[in-house]
Ligand binder design. Structure first.
Ligand code: NAD
Length: 408
């Protein structure tokens, strides 16, 4: 009887040991699958030699004696992905950082990132408010430049989620500048401000000397504040900083929240589009600027940026501080934008014309680009018709022919 009891206890213990081994193996398998998926590797491999070597390799210029190492924030975004690819193509080293937030469909950000990865660009999945991570990044690589494009964009969304603008455009910007000023050597910073800083200014075309103290939205106010914050970091720490005021950027891989993008989607779905009219029956007009022209302006700003003069948080001399308009110099009424889209899509838009609500939008934007022309050699060359044709071709390939849904 005792023997029988002993035997059954023995096989029960054996069974339990095998069960524990099975559970451990199962979890080990799950963990390794997670670890090796490229998406998660961006998140998990924060530190350690593997992460360090991925970052170092990605930051290395083709010719180490004659190229930049650029940290691009917002690299999975519209402008960030184009700028990153252009830098890599000409031989610079690039590391991206993006938090892949859900302001618009993150799968579009993932698809852009896949393109960057195929070009050999490593994108770190992190928030620019993560100071520990930034400190680590800037100690692993001595970046010559930081191209700061991460931000909460969009004018109307600021009424829904004001905290996201404070988080990314104010706290995030300060965190980036803090990391840059403490780095040794300090990188030169080029960052995206916005044409929206001109707010209610009615003097046209908008020049960098015009007043920018009447923002019409919280988004505009954060960009204006960013310009003042940039001034203080330049003044105290000797950081070389260039602000670029982009004017309504459009093109392939664009942002789904922008009018040209959502009009295209709605016209194709035969949904009504809303067009806003101003107080004197005037239509809203924008200085639409094609992405390739913006990319040229960004690269020229990096090429002409002088070195920062500080070291490890101490200013050693005066440093460069610049602001440039990057626009197209020819505002187009939104009604004309719609008729170009109608022709390209071979479909008529169903329109609702409404008075413009006071939700942050301004009636028109128009850039004076003489300063950027003179100092950066900036010269936009893409007509709206041509740029929209390229956008529509991309849109149809990406969404219609591949049957992807826009989830946002
Ligand atoms: N597209 C335009 O017409 C336009 C006009 C004026 C200014 N700008 C400015 O240009 C820059 C790029 O704009 P875009 O059109 O490419 O926008 P975008 O939204 O496509 O790109 C911004 C990217 O930054 C990332 N991001 C946001 N907050 C972050 C955070 N806290 N940490 C890490 N990543 C974060 C987002 O996930 C996104 O991928 C922004 O600063 C924007 O304000 C754009």
């Amino acid at each position: 009887m005792d023997k029988l009891h002993y035997r059954s206890r023995y096989s029960l213990t054996k069974l339990m040991i095998w069960f524990v081994i099975f559970v451990l193996c199962f979890y080990a398998f799950k963990l390794s699958a997670c670890y090796f998926s490229s998406e998660n590797s961006r998140r998990i491999l924060r530190s350690g030699t593997n992460w360090d070597s991925l970052v170092t390799l990605s930051a290395k210029p083709r010719d180490p004696n004659n190229g930049f190492s650029v940290l691009v924030t917002g690299a999975a975004g519209f402008v960030g992905s184009h700028v990153s690819l252009a830098l890599k193509k000409r031989g610079d080293g690039v590391v991206g950082i993006d938090n892949f937030n859900k302001y618009y469909d993150p799968s579009l950000k993932r698809a852009r990132t896949d393109m960057l990865e195929r070009a050999g660009i490593f994108v770190v999945e992190a928030d620019i408010n993560d100071s520990e991570l930034l400190e680590r990044l800037l100690s692993v690589v001595q970046f010559s430049h930081v191209m700061h494009l991460a931000a909460q964009a969009g004018v109307r969304y600021a009424m829904k989620n004001p905290a996201s603008y404070v988080h990314s455009n104010l706290a995030g910007l300060i965190n980036i500048l803090e990391a840059c000023k403490s780095a040794n050597p300090q990188p030169a910073v080029v960052w995206a401000s916005s044409s929206s800083v001109y707010g209610l200014n009615s003097k046209v075309p908008f020049s960098e000397k015009d007043r920018t103290d009447q923002p019409a939205s919280l988004y505009a106010a954060t960009k204006k504040a960013g310009e003042e914050i940039a001034h203080s970091y330049n003044h105290i720490y000797g950081l070389s900083i260039t602000g670029l005021r982009f004017f309504t950027v459009y093109g392939p891989w664009g942002r789904p929240d922008m009018a040209y993008f959502s009009f295209t989607k709605d016209i194709l779905k035969r949904k009504k589009i809303t067009i806003f009219k101003g107080p004197n029956n005037g239509y809203v007009a924008r200085d639409f600027t094609y992405i390739d022209d913006i990319v040229s302006g960004c690269l020229a700003a990096l090429d002409t940026a002088e070195k920062s003069t500080g070291s490890g948080g101490k200013k050693l001399g005066p440093a460069q501080l610049r602001v440039f308009n990057l626009g197209n110099t020819s505002p187009v009424p939104v009604t004309e934008l719609v008729s170009i889209l109608e022709k390209l899509l071979k479909m008529k838009a169903r329109k609702d014309v409404l008075p413009m609500p006071s939700n942050g939008d301004v009636m028109f934007t128009h850039a004076n680009i003489s300063s950027a022309q003179r100092e950066l050699g900036y010269k936009p060359t893409t007509e709206l018709k041509v740029g929209l044709m390229k956008f529509v071709k991309w849109y149809l390939d990406y969404y219609v022919h591949s049957k992807k849904n826009i989830a946002w």
